[in-house]
Write a protein that binds this ligand. Sequence first.
Ligand SMILES: [Zn+2]
Ligand SMILES: [Zn+2]
Length: 257
Amino acid sequence: MGHDMADEWFETRAIAPGVWVLRDPIGRVAPEYDVAVVNLYLVEGTERAALIDSGMGIGDVAAACRRLTDKPLINLCTHSHWDHVGGTYQFADRRIHAAEAERLRETYDVEQVGPIRAAPATGLLAEGDVIDLGGRSLAVWHTPGHSPGHVSLLDAATESLFCADTCYAGTLWFQTSDADLDQWRRSLERIAADARVRTLYGGHEQPEHEPALARRVLAALDEALAGRSRWVEFPADPGTRKHLFGEFSILLRADET
Ligand SMILES: [Zn+2]
Ligand SMILES: [Zn+2]
């Protein structure tokens, strides 16, 4: 990928002091997935910068980061799904939770995108870890539910939680074999209850949300599981129902509702 590709591929903007979102347009290549954008976040300290997730690997994400910071980069993967780790091979320091580390070891093909390149983890992320960026740090929360090793990252400096695919206002994917609804419920409750979190930054669609969104998603999940929601079929994944709640939808297997 050339230098110019990054310019046109990622929509980049500053969202807080030393924090940028890089928006990877997944809807252009896989519209059937019903998500428009993957959000990557660059968080800069005085010594290092962390890139949270790396996108699909189509645009040159390392070049896009270098345009924003000259600090050494750490790639923190919230989970192993291909739309979040496709650019991870570009980074020498790349970390993920142990439960999903194995999945970064091999190259595989995604029909709409091409190869997702192997990028074996060089470090692991676990609950309670603190990643010091110099003058600010990111604390690791293990927030399983969307996938077994999903992590969120708390930036105390901006009272923000980068919660990726645990919570956003869009089509929430919870029908896959990776998903565990009881774990998801516990993770949402934790996010909604922690007073240190003033802003949620999600893994898809509009980046910023108030933590109350986690509460609304939780209530909606209960409605869906109780059979009280309106739903439509989700053709991209047969056997899946898309439960409609206005500001977001939840994908669940038909045999769960
Ligand atoms: Zn995911
Ligand atoms: Zn995702």
